[in-house]
Design a protein around this ligand. Structure first.
Ligand SMILES: [Zn+2]
Length: 129
């Protein structure tokens, strides 16, 4: 009986985990040794994922519009009562700080995403943050 022994060639190990330096395969999403996230899994292009994204894209501006409409700070700021006016100014200041923070964090995230997409040569550790 002829024994057809097929030797499955082991894929060459071309990379090591940046965290624990164990050899990994370029196809790994997570390091099997330490569990470090090596790369983002591919985005889902399923119908459900598309419907979810499209629905959110439609709903998001509506939610923002309703949230701004519901924000009562403007009424407080226009109030003749100095106490109410002060509350309105504090609320407006908080909203301004929150907006700046969200935009700032968004810019950092975008920069890190771009640097990770361009081969990670300028990784987050080199941004000097
Ligand atoms: Zn590792």
């Amino acid at each position: 009986m002829e024994n057809e022994q097929v030797v499955v060639p082991q894929p060459p190990i071309t990379a090591v985990c940046p965290q624990c330096h164990e050899p990994i395969l370029p196809t790994y999403y997570f390091c099997p040794n330490c569990g470090k996230n090596l790369k983002e899994p591919p985005l889902s292009t399923s119908t459900a994922a598309q419907i979810g994204l499209y629905a959110l894209s439609i709903i998001m501006p509506v939610i923002c519009f309703l949230a701004i409409n519901q924000w009562r700070g403007m009424k407080y700021m226009r109030s003749a009562d100095p106490k109410a006016k002060q509350i309105g100014i504090i609320a407006a200041a908080l909203m301004a700080v929150s907006t700046v923070l969200v935009v700032w964090v968004g810019i950092i995230w975008t920069e890190q995403l771009i640097s990770s997409m361009t081969g990670g040569l300028m990784g987050a550790g080199n941004l000097g943050l």
